[in-house]
Design a binder for this molecule. Sequence first.
Ligand code: ZN
Length: 475
Amino acid sequence: MKKRVLLGAALVVALGAAWLLYDQSAKPEKITSSETADGADAMPSASQEDEATPVHDIVEFRMLDLDAGWFRYADGAVMVTKDGGAHWQKAGPNWREPIDEDVAGEKDAEGAAEKLADEAEQSIRAIEAAYTEFSPGQTVYYKGGQVAVKRAQPISGPIGWALAAEGSGLIMPLLVTVDGGQTWHDEVTAELRAKMEEEKTRREHREEETALYGSPQLAQQAMKPGWTLLPDRTVPGDAVLVRHSEPGELEWQGKTYQLQPFKAGYFTYLPIPRSTEPGAYAIGDSKLTVEEKEFKTQHLKVSEQMESMRRNTERIEADQKKVAAARVNSAPAFLFDAEFIAPLKGRLSTPFGYTRYVNGKLSNSHMAIDLAVPEGTPIKATNDGVVALADELYLSGNTIYLDHGMGLFSQYAHLSEIQVAAGDTVKKGDIIGLVGSTGFSTGPHLHFTFFAHDVPVNPDLFFETTPFRWLKEPQ
Ligand SMILES: [Zn+2]
């Protein structure tokens, strides 16, 4: 994470360097200023109307990031800022122009590791470029007229700086925009400063989101403008994480899913029910391909008494209502920041999605995995979350639902003992209960599954990974 932040900072420096290089030919031929910048700590005044006031010629500037930067007067005096131009101070005698590490290190960066780092950096630059709203032109619009620009520098998002060409007549020729170049200002007010702070937060969010994907290259692919499907090929019983760069909602199989803001994007889980027909589906401007998946069949023999349990529709429906109510309110954020783990190690006695016959009669598909282990085996929380439900239910026995945010829940059923209560916050690996055989169960085992919104989803998708890493490099 720390490295990413450094790379992000390097990006702005590198962009600045690119503009400096671009500008080599445009160096001023004459350096004229009748007045020296001898007034230490002097702010260049932008408000004076007096014709006789000698104009301070600013010949060069460079912002290093949203906060730090410098400009040079024609007489060589340098002013520096640490607060995005709100205040400028005369540079000390030992001031040197900061050297861009990227440019300086170019010659010896030939090794494979460096190349990899370069590719990662390029991806991070591309992500930032996709979020840059200001593209410099030859002129900027300022106080009702076009002003010729000597050099302009996009910084981040809608923030950019421009130096008016010589002869502009502007008392303060260094201009700043916080709205992608629509309006320009010769003074950084508290309001402008607040916009810069907002952009800082947005950039932090982009850096944090970049770190969630499998690689910076995949982050670049995911964080592009418009819709992203993670992944865009799926099978019935799986789920897809949907991202958009803007707020919105999604229609899918007769339901509306609201995208929730998280980091630099907007997300929702899209469940692919077992009954989904294979084919191509339009999701916004993207295409989701649902491939065919074969599910095996399992025959189960149970006692007459157990079989009769399943006919008590009144109790079953009452439980369904309870569970539905618990699953309505999911935290509007991803509550985990690392991989999901298996809740315990044990023999997989029934895989996900089996078509089940109970005593020869077609039953519901088994939309969970069964792990057969001795009674009393501790059960771990698959990831960080909040207990949405911890209750004794009729068919699933002692049951826990954990909310992992954004409509994703994990379910643990047939427990001998529940060791958490609704509302508890749990960390990945916390023991939440013990294996048992309560409810509709033929022996000690853990019945475990995920729900995306209210559709059961294959747990194998989650183990040792996170939904952000469902997007993989093309094979
Ligand atoms: Zn089961």
